[in-house]
Ligand binder design. Structure first.
Ligand SMILES: [Zn+2]
Length: 116
């Protein structure tokens, strides 16, 4: 449970105290978040090799599929919106959540390899 919380909070997989995205600029919603090169607490290097985070793209894809499925279940099957509204919502939701998906997918990816 703690591991999942550390993953969602984008904590360092080594010390669990430092943050992967610590920059103040990362608080803007639609700006691509900038990762720190090393952990501020334990100096753990986040990007182990060039292209390490390529695989986070597949995690991001899985997150978007989960969000779209959740939107369809919520807005069509539970709230019974029209198909047009459901299609618009399922297109807009991943766009609005794109920066959050970016952070969490990279965090999940690094925790898959270096978390305990
Ligand atoms: Zn650390």
């Amino acid at each position: 449970m703690n591991k999942i919380l550390n993953m969602l909070k984008c904590k360092c997989p080594n010390c669990k105290k430092g943050k992967i995205f610590s920059s103040k600029k990362n608080r803007l919603l639609f700006q691509l978040p900038k990762m720190d090169a090393n952990c501020a607490e334990c100096n753990f290097k986040f990007e182990k090799e060039p292209g390490f985070f390529f695989g986070a793209m597949f995690v991001s894809y899985a997150l978007i599929v989960a969000e779209v499925v959740a939107c369809v279940v919520l807005f069509k099957f539970l709230l019974d919106f029209s198909y047009l509204k459901v299609i618009i919502i399922t297109i807009v939701t991943p766009v609005l959540l794109s920066t959050i998906n970016f952070r969490i997918s990279r965090s999940i990816w690094i925790h898959m390899f270096y978390g305990d």
